[in-house]
Structures are given as structure tokens and as C-alpha cells.
Design a protein around this ligand. Sequence first.
Ligand SMILES: [Zn+2]
Length: 255
Amino acid sequence: MPLVHDRCICLRKTEFSETSQILTLFSRTYGIVRVIAKGAHRKTKAGAGKFDGGIDFLDIGAAVFNHDPARDLPPLTEWNLREGHLALRKTLRGIYLGLYAAEMIDRLIEEHDPHAELFDRLQATLPDLATARREETFLAFELDLLRESGYLPELLACVSCGNVPDERHAVYFSPASGGAICRNCEGATPDRIELDRRLLRLLQTLLRLPRSNGVILRLPQLTRHQSDPINRMLADHVEHTLGKRLRMPKWVLGR
Ligand SMILES: [Zn+2]
């Protein structure tokens, strides 16, 4: 079984026995891997733990592990912390958004399916969640994740008839249909919810922003007044598509 070295972000951790942790890692090269860190909390005689005293969610580290998709919970053999996100851990809103990003990656991406670009996007996004630019940074990441995983709803035209909704009329969103619904189709779409036109326009703008080397240029600043309803709509859509509730929207959206 090959021992591999790779940069990883910890998406999820479960304490397992007094000394070990079960970790869901997002590996840049290998995608999502689940490993066991035996002795993560055990101190050596020199006082240092084998894994720097345990691994926390959203920690970024240089990891060494056995990569074998056929094996359940291979051991993590080394972990050197590269970024512990100390500033992020001091802002409650920022850490909730970081955990929500981690939860969605864990749910929407298959195990052992590499997504190096998405890894780079998450790595670049996490520090910005500690700043005043956190709402737009999170939403831009969320849209990239949904697009990359195939979960992005149709937001540029009516998902039912393909027409671009008329500026003068109300527009709707349907989690079951997976996108925007125009006035002509709303009668046949029982789960429709009315969508604020300004928010739909904002989403369409975000989806079309120019990029340079994967970095989004001219990202507009958003308030929670704008981002919360969009995040709620996207959470409804993801939960409907997965057929499962997500854990973090309760904390991010207060529901
Ligand atoms: Zn329509």
C-alpha cells in the first residue's frame, strides 16, 4: 500500500477513544480521504504529540497517509500543521461559514475524486472568512463548489421553459425543479418561492464575474441582508437534491 505525502484540509473530525481521531481530510491530490490518527492526543516523553497535539477542523497540514481506496480508514502516519486559522477561530460568523463550506464539500464531492482547483479555492477562501469580506467570499466559493460538483441550480433562465424571465415580472425559485421559474411556469410549480429580483441579478452577476488564474476579480461587497436569503435558497436546493438535511445552515442561517 503506497505511502503518500500531500497537503490536506481537515473537513471533519471525530474523537475516537481517548487517544485517537477519525478524520475526513480533503487532500489536494487524492480528494476526500477518511483516515484514523492513532495516538493523536498522546504525548511523547518530550512533551510533543505525534500530530501536534491533535488535528482540528479546517486545519491545513502536510500529511502522510496510506492511500488505498479499497481500505477502510487507513492510518494517518504524519501531520505537520501549516495553517491553524487562529484569526478565523476568533470570529463566530467566520468559523460557521468555514464549517459550512467543509460540510458541503464533504457531502457534495465523492471520496477519492481529486478536485485540486476546489482545494486551492478553499485554501484561499478560509483566511478571508476572518475579514469583513467574508459574506461575498463565502458565496463566491459556494457557487464554485456547486458548479464543480454539478449541484448548481439554473439561475440564468427559467429551468422549466428556458425563457429568460422578464425584468418587469415576478420570478420564482423551485428547489424541486432545480432553478429559477418564470411567471408563465409558476402555476405548474407547487414548491415555488418568490425570489427578490435584485438578489437574482446579484447571483447572475457573481456567476459571470471575470477571473484571472482562478481568482475572481471585482467581487462586490455583500451584507448578510443580501447573503442570507441566497444562502437559504441554495441550502434548500442542496438539501432537496441530496434528500438529506445539512447540519450547518441552522448555525449559519439561524433556522
Ligand atoms: Zn418558464
